[in-house]
Structure formats: structure tokens, C-alpha cells
Design a protein. Structure first.
Length: 79
């Protein structure tokens, strides 16, 4: 795992390289509703790396290993 830092926030991410290099753009997988990047099934990631894609996964802010913003409070997901 690695971290990208900007504006005082640190986002945890991981890159899975394609089995064979190609000229396609990397694929960024984004989790929703407060779930962590570790919940992506490895078979799902492997499918895309074997298809020639570099795959990037990350933890959103306030999730997993990324920065937590306690002052922001708890989000109202029912809104």
C-alpha cells in the first residue's frame, strides 16, 4: 500500500500492474458507501490485469487507512 497526500489529507491506495503491458489507460476502481478497498475481490482485479489494465484501488477519505476527518462529523447517508 502507498499513500497520496494533498491538502492535509492522506489517501491510501494500491496499484496492480497488468500481466502484459498495453497502451490502455489504467482502471480506477472506486468503492462506495464507506467500504474499504480491501473488499474488492482479487478475482475481479485479476480479470482486468490479465486483460491488460493496470488497476488502482483506494480508500476514500474517512475510510480504511485514509485520513479521518473527525471535525466533519458523521455523514447523513439517508439524505
Amino acid at each position: 500500500m502507498a499513500f497520496a497526500n494533498a491538502n492535509g489529507i492522506s489517501l491510501c491506495y494500491e496499484v496492480f500492474e497488468a500481466a502484459e503491458k498495453s497502451s490502455v489507460e489504467p482502471l480506477i476502481l472506486i468503492r462506495g458507501l464507506g467500504t474499504q478497498m480491501i473488499q474488492w475481490p482479487h478475482a475481479f482485479i485479476d480479470y482486468f490485469t490479465h486483460a491488460g489494465f493496470d488497476v488502482i484501488i483506494f480508500d476514500n477519505r474517512d475510510v480504511g487507512e485514509s485520513s479521518k476527518l473527525d471535525a466533519a462529523g458523521v455523514p447523513d447517508i439517508m439524505a
